[in-house]
Design a binder for this molecule. Structure first.
Ligand SMILES: [Zn+2]
Length: 378
């Protein structure tokens, strides 16, 4: 005999989010028919979820409170739709017309609940607060230098120690994504060249020619004259980065790091946050948005060996990271997507070289779309 379905009980099957499923299981009591998903199951009093949802709902504000009155990217929707869109909370076994009852029942009688009118459209607070970490990177995001008055000046000295200056704040944001790499990491480098005169007479380049370019030309993460050793975490990535053609013979070699390295990790900066338990949720979501976007800008593929608009930004970031006294930057490869990872090291002597060998490029893939001519001087 089962009791009548009540909106004050739910079950494990109601949820898609793993943490909610675990909690539902842990706190489940007697069997019964679930009001929300209409299955007979071990029921959990919804009170068990109040603390978690209070944490989650803390990152949503009524759209009138948002900076600009709406989110420029996400439509403003009622709370249940917003959390479902952002966090995949409920499973698709829930009856859509019943989900509407969940939040009002959960916070029934709680006058301090994060939103008493659950029909009111909301937006994520971390994207719409008046002052966000993301907003402090405004100049960095702007790619069209004519549309905004000031380009980042790479020659201006960076003061990251004076509290509340922009570089100081940016350095504080990036600190969350610093990671220590233990010694003896294996890395690769490649050069589109070999010793000898033809493919009938070829040897790998000698090791001393596999280091950084001694002329130190400007590149993605260094200005002209600054030594940076660009290496990749896989041989294929190292080869892709030199953009060889089919049939090219290249030299690759292995590198091994000699000491622990503290790097800004933009290749995997996003730890999975549990929105139901994470303290200071909005702040951390804001920082993750910064990291995700910086990462995309750094990994952006470019047409020539150099692109002044992109380099303006990426070199600024490298300078910030050098000023933070880190050893380098770990970032996604733009030429070996989606999983290739590069490591740019500010100290080229932090690695040892071994196992140089020759490779022949057997295949490169091309796909393309039409691009309209464009000009910055419109
Ligand atoms: Zn259920």
């Amino acid at each position: 005999m089962t009791m009548k379905a009540s909106e004050y009980f739910c079950c494990e099957a109601c949820f898609e989010h793993a943490w909610l499923r675990g909690l539902a299981k842990e706190k489940s009591e007697s069997q019964g028919r679930c009001f929300y998903c209409d299955t007979v199951s071990a029921l959990t009093p919804i009170d068990a979820f109040r603390t978690g949802f209070t944490n989650l709902l803390g990152d949503y504000i009524p759209v009138e409170g948002a900076n600009g009155g709406r989110d420029s990217y996400f439509p403003s929707v009622p709370m249940v739709e917003a959390v479902q869109r952002d966090w995949k909370v409920f499973s698709n076994r829930c009856l859509p017309e019943r989900i509407e009852y969940f939040l009002p029942s959960l916070f029934n009688g709680d006058r301090d609940s994060p939103a008493r009118d659950f029909q009111a459209p909301v937006v994520p607070f971390h994207r719409n607060a008046m002052s966000t970490a993301f907003g402090k990177w405004f100049q960095f995001w702007m790619i069209d230098p004519t549309a905004f008055s000031k380009r980042i000046d790479p020659d201006e000295p960076l003061d990251i120690d004076t509290i509340a200056t922009l570089p100081n704040q940016q350095a504080q944001h990036l600190k969350y994504f610093v990671r220590t790499l233990s010694p003896a990491q294996q890395l690769w480098r490649a050069r589109g060249d070999y010793a000898g005169t033809s493919e009938w007479d070829c040897q790998p380049l000698p090791r001393h020619q596999m280091g950084h370019n001694p002329k130190c030309p400007a590149s993605r993460l260094n200005r002209s004259g600054e030594a940076v050793l660009y290496a990749a975490e896989a041989e294929k990535t190292a080869i892709a980065e030199i953009r060889p053609g089919r049939g090219f013979i290249c030299t690759t070699c292995e590198l091994t790091t000699k000491r622990p390295l503290e790097v800004l990790d933009l290749a995997s900066p996003l730890a999975e946050l549990n929105p139901f338990t994470h303290e200071h949720l909005s702040w951390h979501l804001d920082l993750q948005r910064v990291a995700r976007n910086v990462s995309a800008h750094i990994a952006q593929p470019i047409s020539r060996g150099e692109d002044s608009v992109v380099y303006n930004k990426t070199q600024y970031l490298a300078k910030l990271v050098r000023t933070m006294k880190l050893d380098g930057i770990r970032f996604s490869s733009s030429l070996d997507t989606p999983s290739g990872v590069n490591l740019a090291l500010f100290d080229p002597s932090a690695v040892e070289y071994s196992n140089a060998r020759l490779v022949t490029i057997t295949n490169t893939q091309i796909s393309y779309e039409i691009k309209q001519p464009s000009s910055l001087n419109k």
